[in-house]
Design a protein around this ligand. Structure first.
Ligand code: EPZ
Length: 462
């Protein structure tokens, strides 16, 4: 198991290229199950989640290879498998994205219910409601969703839930509806750019989807999809994370391969608190030229501030003088990062789905533990700004969704090292003094009198 050792206090500077979007690549890879002929995907990040899904797709009869250019080439070698085992699905919730394509193209699917998650309750009732509306027979048996449909029929589907729409639910229903007889409308569809990218991928293979990026989709059923080539959009969440790394360290960085039009809410919010952001096509310069101001921000479905940057924003605002409030209306329990930020000196009080953040004059390095993908990013941001060294453990969370983040941060001048998680690698500054070999804490010196007095008192039990 790896951990990061980070020495804070360096203002980031330089240029990095943002990787492809994890949350676009995953549903697009899953949708390749529904295609006759090979698909070539460019700009797919090399992440643990991508490798996990590749393994699952191979178990479902797909050939998945990376060519010498780094493109992912997927093709169906056997279209009979339809079971996504718990062993794979438990590693990554996004495995549920195979449900819609399997049902649409292979007419049946048996997919393990996704496991629990550190960011809160994550049901799939809307996924199942939408697929049932298309005429699928849906059963939940022994932890698996069993879905069958000889021929899906177009229907009017509503995907609104108590926390807005559903991103992967929209992906599943859209991918299945491509093969339904007649026309399907999806009302309260998710508008995230990653859903739009999946729609563009499907349309490039012969699907007929309109309304992408709006809450109202119309899908006219087709008989088959033919292979295509597709370039995955840049990762707006990685870009936002790097922007906040520049802001929290008072740096000056340039990001390449950024879709600023996918990040309006984040750009607006960072500008509002005082970050200087200059956009030039797919390049973006991020500078911290003034003291930042506190703010209120609410994570909402797109085009609102993404819940996937809420933890990183909380870390940034922990270093900004004044009181800020960070609210998450998508995942009301997504606050596992708070307790670890407190260990670094942040002053945060949780109130329901809000973090009340009062600035900490200076965060201090500490040993902290990542609990989920975006919490690990938040702890790294805090460590970049903290005084002294920090250790961030359980970096496997980070590796699920960020491609070589430590390389990118080092390219920007950060002092960050990936090491094995073992005591000998923990910096002496973070060890309890007796372990560090430095002079251990001395107890207060008692004069003899007080010692005599103390002894006599101790001898006579109270
Ligand atoms: C996707 O998850 C992303 N993952 C998440 O990113 C992201 O946080 C989330 O969308 C919201 O933007 C992928 O795309 C692989 P939802 P998803 O279904 O689709 C409730 C990351 O860090 N809901 O849009 O699982 C749900 O509980 C990950 O990269 C239902 O009630 O999220 C939540 O409160 C974390 N019923 C809200 O809707 C359902 O059937 C949004 O969930 C489905 C969801």
């Amino acid at each position: 198991m790896d951990m990061f050792i980070i020495r804070g206090g360096r203002a980031l500077a330089g240029e990095v290229t943002v990787s492809g979007a994890k949350n676009a690549a995953l549903p697009i890879m899953a949708a390749s199950l529904a295609v006759d002929g090979p698909c070539r995907l460019r700009n797919v990040p090399d992440l643990v989640d991508v490798r996990t899904l590749s393994t699952l797709l191979r178990e479902l009869g797909m050939s998945v290879t990376r060519d010498k250019n780094g493109d992912l080439v997927l093709s169906t070698s056997n279209d009979s498998p339809f079971v996504a085992e718990y062993e794979q699905v438990r590693r990554m919730r996004a495995s549920i994205c195979v449900l819609g394509p399997l049902l649409g193209r292979r007419k049946r699917a048996c997919v393990s219910l996704p496991g629990g998650c550190n960011i809160g309750h994550r049901p799939i009732d809307l996924h199942l409601k939408g697929l049932a509306a298309l005429g699928a027979d849906i059963r939940v048996e022994r932890g698996y969703v069993v879905a069958e449909a000889e021929r899906l029929k177009g229907a009017d589907v509503y995907l609104g839930g108590p926390f807005g729409s559903t991103v992967t639910g929209t992906c599943n229903v859209m991918s299945a509806a491509v093969f339904a007889e007649g026309t399907t409308t999806i009302e309260a569809a998710a508008c995230e750019p990653e859903v739009v990218d999946l729609g563009h991928f499907l349309n490039s293979m012969g699907a007929n989807i309109s309304g992408l990026g709006t809450p109202f989709l119309r899908i006219a059923g087709v008989e088959r999809l033919t292979g295509t080539e597709h370039t995955v959009i840049p990762d707006r969440i990685e870009a936002a994370t790097l922007m906040m790394a520049a802001a929290i360290t008072g740096g000056d960085i340039t990001l390449d391969s950024v879709r600023a039009d996918h990040m309006t809410a984040v750009i607006e919010k960072l500008r509002e608190i005082g970050v200087t952001i200059d956009v030039d096509g797919q390049r973006m310069r991020v500078r911290c030229l003034q003291e930042l101001s506190p703010t209120d921000c609410i994570a909402l479905p797109y085009p609102g501030i993404p819940t996937d940057v809420q933890a990183q924003l909380t870390a940034l605002l922990s270093t900004v003088p004044g009181i800020s409030i960070v609210t998450d209306k998508v995942f009301p329990d997504r606050f596992m990062h708070v307790s670890e930020l407190l260990r670094m000196g942040a002053q945060i009080r949780r109130e329901g789905n809000n973090s009340i953040v009062s600035s900490s004059s200076q965060l201090s390095g500490a040993s902290v533990m990542a609990s989920d993908l975006r919490a690990s990013a938040a702890l790294i941001l805090a460590a970049l700004a903290a005084d002294g060294e920090s250790v961030v453990r359980r970096i496997y969370h980070l590796d699920r969704g960020y491609e070589r983040l430590e390389d990118k941060l080092r390219q920007l001048g950060a002092d960050v090292r990936r090491v094995n998680d073992e005591p000998s690698n923990v910096p002496a500054s973070l060890l309890p003094q007796e372990e560090s070999g430095e002079t251990p804490l001395q107890p207060p010196h008692f004069t003899r009198t007080s010692q005599v007095t103390r002894a006599s008192t101790e001898d006579s039990p109270g």
